[in-house]
Structure formats: structure tokens, C-alpha cells
Write a protein that binds this ligand. Structure first.
Ligand SMILES: C[S@@+](CC[C@H](N)C(=O)[O-])C[C@H]1O[C@@H](n2cnc3c(N)ncnc32)[C@H](O)[C@@H]1O
Length: 227
């Protein structure tokens, strides 16, 4: 039974994008695989279909909306857990190469199996601590985008992301509320690291109107589109 077809208009009105039938089927299957995986390990507390759509599928894609029109992006998802935001991004953007990293081997095994089940040739899952991976030659300065959701304090997340980025790259911090002290903390971090906060994007989720922020960080002089 389809879980998300009644939300198709929401994709269109909020992201100006519609999944094609194959992508819709992949989102449905991802939902079923996460529910099934949840019975074996603790993957997520978000299990009702509308909640899953809003907080895992929609939210994952909204964070990269500023880059939506770009092709062939190399993206790394730091602390992906059950595969968010990386898996919905890999489904929605087949031309992007998506690397999903987590320190927990069991979660990575779930993500690897899910990549196979969804037949996503543009996604790869890697186990490891990001602060070690980002110092190794295969990963360091190799990515256009580094995304991080629900992993820790903003400056810690930023410090995980930055070594992965090419000079033209952007880190995207997925945040809920964005407090003045967090903003000050990230400003200080950027000043020390030669970075800039390109944009702090505040928005509401479409179903429950939860507050979210996407915070974009780049080496100085980089700009982003769709702003
Ligand atoms: C709360 S979960 C968030 C998962 C996912 N990003 C989401 O938003 O649903 C945080 C994840 O980050 C991973 N993590 C935390 N610190 C990490 C590190 N230093 N290196 C790799 N993974 C890390 C944890 O294992 C956990 O799976």
C-alpha cells in the first residue's frame, strides 16, 4: 500500500519538484526497510508515515535545496545513522555521488543493505569515525558538499565537515532551532578557520510547521545559488 502518494502535491509546492514513479517507489521501499530494520536495531523513533515523510524524506531534501539544480555533486553525509539525509538525497539526485558515514558498524550494515535493496549505484556507505576519515587521502578535500544532521554542537559538526571539502565546497548543518549563542559560536569558529557563514536559512516543515534551519558554511568568497 502506498504511504506517501497523498503527499505528492507537497513535494511540488514546497520544493518545486516531483519524484518520478521509480523514485516514489524507492521512498516507499526505504520506509518499509527502515521499519523492518527498526525491529532489529534502534534506527529511528519516527515511524508514522506522515512523520517519516516530513522529518526524514522532506527534511533531508530541503537541506540541499539550494543546490538542487546542480548535477554531478560529490556529497558526504556525516553521522548518517539509518541513512539520513544521505539516502533520500541519493534517490532524488541520481547524478550525485553520495557517501554515507557512521561510526556504528551495525547502522552502516543496514545502510549498505538498503543501498543494495534500493539499487542505488550512486551511494556508498562507509564505517568509521569522521574525524579520522577526513584526514585520509581518499576523503580529504574530495567533496562539494558535506551534510550533517543531529550529530552534535554546531562547531563540532563544522569541524567534522571542513576537511572533507574542496576549496569550492560547502558544509550544510541541518539544525532545528538555531539559538543566538549557536550563531555566535559558529561565527567565532569560522573566523578562526578562514570560513564564512554563507547563509542561515530558516523555514518551517510543511505538515507540522516545525522550525528548521540550514546553515551553510564555505571557505571565504564562495557563493550558493537559489538564495
Ligand atoms: C542522532 S544520530 C543522527 C542520524 C542521522 N544523521 C539523522 O539525522 O537521522 C547521530 C549519528 O552520528 C553518529 N556519529 C556520532 N559521532 C560520530 C563520529 N565522530 N563519526 C562518525 N559517526 C558519528 C552516531 O553513530 C549516530 O548514528
Amino acid at each position: 500500500m502506498p504511504h506517501f502518494s497523498h503527499l505528492i502535491e507537497q513535494w511540488q509546492s514546497t520544493l518545486n519538484w516531483l519524484p518520478n514513479p521509480d523514485q516514489l517507489a524507492q521512498f516507499e521501499k526505504l520506509y518499509e526497510l527502515v521499519l523492518e530494520g527498526n525491529s532489529k536495531q534502534n534506527l529511528t523513533r519516527i515511524t508514522a508515515p506522515d512523520d517519516f515523510w516530513e522529518k526524514h524524506l522532506w527534511d533531508s531534501l530541503r537541506g540541499v535545496f539550494a543546490f538542487w539544480d546542480r548535477e554531478n555533486i560529490k556529497l558526504i553525509d556525516i553521522g548518517t545513522g539509518a541513512g539520513f539525509p544521505g539516502l533520500p538525497i541519493a534517490i532524488a539526485k541520481p547524478s550525485w555521488q553520495v557517501t554515507l558515514v557512521d561510526s556504528k558498524q551495525k547502522k552502516v550494515a543496514f545502510v549498505q543493505q538498503t543501498i543494495q535493496d534500493l539499487q542505488l549505484p550512486n551511494a556508498i556507505a562507509q564505517a568509521g569515525r569522521v574525524e579520522e576519515l577526513n584526514q585520509t587521502s581518499g576523503y580529504k578535500k574530495k567533496y562539494d558538499l558535506a551534510v550533517v544532521r543531529a550529530v552534535g554542537k554546531p562547531d563540532i559538526c563544522a569541524s567534522y565537515c571542513l576537511p572533507f571539502l574542496k576549496r569550492s565546497g560547502t558544509a550544510i548543518l541541518y539544525r532545528g532551532q538555531w539559538l543566538p549563542e549557536e550563531s555566535e559560536q559558529i561565527d567565532l569558529f569560522c573566523e578562526q578557520q578562514g570560513l564564512q557563514v554563507v547563509k542561515q536559512d530558516r523555514f518551517q516543515t510543511p505538515l507540522t510547521e516545525g522550525i528548521r534551519h540550514s546553515v551553510y558554511l564555505s571557505p571565504r568568497s564562495t557563493s550558493i545559488s537559489n538564495s
